[in-house]
Design a protein around this ligand. Structure first.
Ligand SMILES: [Zn+2]
Ligand SMILES: [Zn+2]
Ligand SMILES: [Zn+2]
Ligand SMILES: [Zn+2]
Ligand SMILES: [Zn+2]
Length: 371
């Protein structure tokens, strides 16, 4: 009976008599031929076939223009073409593969001096070619902060023999003990680190006022990044053509089985699987609303080179029996014959919710699951 074709049924539907026979058997009351017949008068059957469908497109994008690389640049591996815009590649063998092709316009290749440098060297922008950078020669003393440098002269001096520049910061052996001032020569009045100056010579430049530029190591020039120091560039007109796959899931339109059933049957039942190429036709046994939904998503996209449609569908019927209002049966196509699963009905869930406040959370979860 399962293999008997029935011309009057839409293609993705299980025949009602098989659905009822499966439910009757599942209920364990297979009382011969009469049981499915009795069920037929009280059963409400609704067909809700499942659909998993993904449209995979190969999308091409191209950029055309002048391209530049440090010379000499080997272009021998790239196809040479007469017209960049007219160039068309063969359709991809595997549209899931991402690939990039570079083509070169015939006669456009030449070598020119680099416009960003002279002979591969650029003046260092950091030191403007001098190799050195300004550095403060004198810095405030880190110990007295130039505030308490000498309790007598406050760093202003007074002695004619005083040296004209501060000293390098002194090693302080006994912190807090004042020393003789180098400026006013008063005994025991000065900061031990700066000897009364309030400042010390900068340790970076040693009071020089200049340091070596770190960017160019003091050379004033660096290697040009544009030509990687080669001084010349290979220039050509070319196109970069990229092909990449793009997936689009087709959402199955209603009537749709609840989420819990869809997830339960994900890997169960005799799903029918087809992959349809760009010129192929959708399978004959698709439900009309599924076919319409898939056809709606087959609009050609910008840059589309080719596409394929992967389709999985499973015949499924929802059955409600007048004499068993607490359950909803779902009958789905199996390998040899229809299989049955069930969920509690909304009516049952409502009753549980009303009857037991403690079960509220469960009921709410079930409500969500059964939607
Ligand atoms: Zn520099
Ligand atoms: Zn002093
Ligand atoms: Zn000091
Ligand atoms: Zn300095
Ligand atoms: Zn250069």
């Amino acid at each position: 009976m399962a293999d008997e074709p029935n011309d009057e049924l839409p293609d993705d539907e299980l025949p009602d008599d098989e659905v009822l026979a499966a439910v009757a058997e599942h209920r364990g009351r297979s009382g011969g031929d009469t049981e499915p017949k009795r069920l037929a008068t009280s059963a409400r059957i609704e067909h809700q076939p499942l659909l998993d469908c993904t449209v995979t497109r190969c999308i091409e994008s191209r950029t055309t223009g002048e391209q530049t690389r440090p010379a000499p640049f080997d272009l021998s591996g790239r196809p040479v073409v007469d017209d960049l815009d007219a160039f068309r590649q063969a359709p991809p063998k595997d549209l899931r593969r991402r690939e990039t092709v570079h083509v070169v316009l015939d006669g456009s290749v030449r070598e020119v001096p680099c416009h960003d440098c002279s002979n591969g060297k650029q003046q260092c922008a950091n030191c403007k070619g001098t190799g050195r950078l300004h550095c403060e020669p004198q810095v405030p003393c880190t110990d007295c902060k130039s505030v308490t440098s000498c309790t007598k002269c406050r760093g202003r001096g007074g002695s004619r023999k005083a040296p004209v520049t501060p000293v390098a910061p002194q090693k302080v052996k006994r912190p807090g003990v004042r020393v003789d001032c180098a400026l006013c020569e008063a005994p025991g009045t000065a900061c031990p680190r700066c000897l009364g100056w309030g400042k010390t010579l900068c340790t970076d430049c040693g009071g020089d006022g200049k340091v070596k530029c770190r960017h160019c190591q003091g050379r004033g020039r660096w290697s040009c990044e544009t030509c990687t120091g080669k001084g010349r560039l290979t220039v050509w007109r070319g196109a970069t053509i990229t092909r990449a796959p793009e997936d689009e899931d087709v959402t199955a339109p209603p009537p749709r089985a609840p989420w819990i059933i869809r997830s339960r049957l994900k890997d169960k039942g005799a799903w029918r699987e087809t992959v349809v190429g760009a010129k192929g036709r959708l399978p004959e046994d698709l439900a009309a609303h599924h076919r319409a939904a898939i056809e709606r998503s087959l609009v050609k996209k910008r840059g589309e080179v080719t596409r394929q449609v992967s389709i999985r569908h499973l015949p499924l019927a929802r059955v409600v029996l007048a004499d068993e209002p607490d359950r909803v049966y779902y009958v789905y196509a199996g390998v040899t014959r229809p299989q049955v699963t069930w969920i509690p009905s909304r009516r049952w869930v409502s009753r549980v919710a009303a009857g037991a406040a403690a079960a509220m959370t469960t009921a709410v979860l079930l409500f969500v699951a059964l939607r």
